[in-house]
Design a protein around this ligand. Structure first.
Ligand SMILES: [Cu+2]
Length: 419
């Protein structure tokens, strides 16, 4: 578990009533009811009393060691591809601030259990409806910032597992990143009016081999100006800081370089709002010849300022609080795992990535094939990123989270399940 919070009282067990008041929409001293009142959302609020579940599973508990649904550099056929639900229709009026609405009151625990089928990579939820057996005195994980009860095991696959390397260098790769507005449930009881690239937060994982031509078509279907700013090295005329007006489109064309892991994001002012509402993603540029085969995962850290106070009430890997707590990421015991971690938090200047029970080779920005360090923690400022490589030698659950407890406890905690 993360350490106790950095604010007195944070991170400590809370009772159900306190969790109700300090739930996912208003963890920074503003009660959920107050957030809802300000957002103009009526209705009573009750949090399901689920608690953090077992901290370790045996191999039999997480299922047989087959059917890893995630692709590796040797398993291109496993790539699930975009899912229909990830693509939103364009347009619609933009609300003035992020809205926060309420999940089905009082049914969180039961719904959480029902939303964890054993298909795909799902393992038994770490959260379980055991509040009654403990009297609910511990509340749920992280101030009530838990995964939406409707979350499915495969919901984030498209932004978790990168497309496989196809081994064809020197080609032109075209990505469509239409900017749309849509509602996204980012935590249990928190629905925001997000801005998205191609319907998802984070946006699609862009991937190319160094030297490829990258063509990125951005059509702005919202009523605000936006753009696509790529990190890395390119023609400054294609840098993406110039606003693309509503209803317009632009095609960026760059040579993919240098190899490494680079973020992309909207660079239209106020930038904190444009990134904070979801306009960011990860771009993997592979070295010529690729990297060694591995089971690959992309984890983009982002935040949601639900009440417009300049603080993140929800912090999440790949957009949804607690997603990998509810559905741990399966990896096979003993095989190479490569994690692409990107920090695109606004408001919190520094984050980090910490892996429990194992250490990793650290490649800062991924721009070298030699590791910079061997450690269990990497600090990441805003926009910073790293590639981590490790093997998990024993079956079980290995926790990961930012070591800043305030961030971890707002939804940015998950597990690798070695099976
Ligand atoms: Cu923007």
């Amino acid at each position: 578990m993360p350490d106790a919070g950095d604010t007195p009282g944070e991170g400590l067990p809370v009772d159900a009533d306190a969790a109700d008041e300090r739930g996912g929409c208003g963890a920074s001293g503003l009660s959920r009811r107050e957030v809802l009142r300000r957002a103009g959302v009526a209705g009573a609020v009750t949090l399901g009393g689920v608690v953090l579940g077992r901290e370790a599973l045996t191999a039999s508990e997480v299922g047989p060691a087959t059917g890893y649904p995630h692709p590796s550099t040797t398993g291109a056929s496993a790539w699930p591809g975009p899912r229909a639900g990830d693509v939103a229709t364009a347009g619609g009026p933009q609300p003035p601030t992020l809205a926060c609405t309420v999940a089905d009151p009082g049914t969180g625990a039961a719904s959480a259990a029902a939303a964890s089928p054993d298909g795909g990579r799902a393992v038994e939820p770490a959260e379980s409806a055991v509040a009654s057996s403990t009297g609910g005195q511990h509340g749920r994980y992280g101030h009530g910032v838990a995964a939406p009860t409707s979350l499915r095991a495969d919901h984030l696959d498209a932004v978790t597992y990168p497309p496989a390397v196809d081994g064809r260098p020197g080609v032109t790769r075209t990505y469509d990143l239409p900017v749309t507005a849509r509602q996204v449930e980012v935590a249990d009881g928190a629905v925001v009016e997000a801005w998205t690239y191609a319907g998802s937060v984070p946006g699609p994982i862009l991937r190319a081999t160094e030297g490829d031509r990258l063509r990125i078509r951005m059509a702005n279907h919202t009523s605000h100006a936006h753009n696509v700013h790529l990190h890395g090295r390119h023609d400054p005329a294609m840098d993406g800081w110039e606003p693309i007006p509503p209803g317009s489109e632009f095609t960026y064309e760059v040579v993919a370089e240098p190899f490494g892991l680079h973020p992309y994001h909207c660079h239209t002012a106020p930038i904190a709002e444009h990134i904070g509402r979801g306009l960011y993603g990860a771009m993997i540029i592979d070295p010529p010849g690729g990297r060694p085969p591995a089971h690959e995962v992309v984890l983009v850290l982002g935040g949601w300022d639900l009440d417009g106070d300049g603080r993140n009430e929800v912090v999440a890997f790949n957009g949804v609080a607690g997603a990998y707590h509810r559905f741990p990421i399966r990896v096979p015991v003993g095989e190479l795992v490569r994690v692409y971690v990107v920090n695109l938090l606004e408001h919190d200047p520094v984050a980090s990535f910490h892996l429990h029970a194992q250490t990793f080779d650290l490649y800062r920005s991924g721009t070298s094939l030699e590791p910079d360090e061997h450690t269990d923690l990497v600090a990441l400022t805003q926009g910073e990123r790293a590639i981590l490589e490790f093997r998990l030698p024993e079956p079980g659950r290995y926790m990961f989270h930012p070591h800043q407890s305030r961030l971890a406890e707002r939804g940015a905690m998950g597990w690798f399940a070695a099976v």
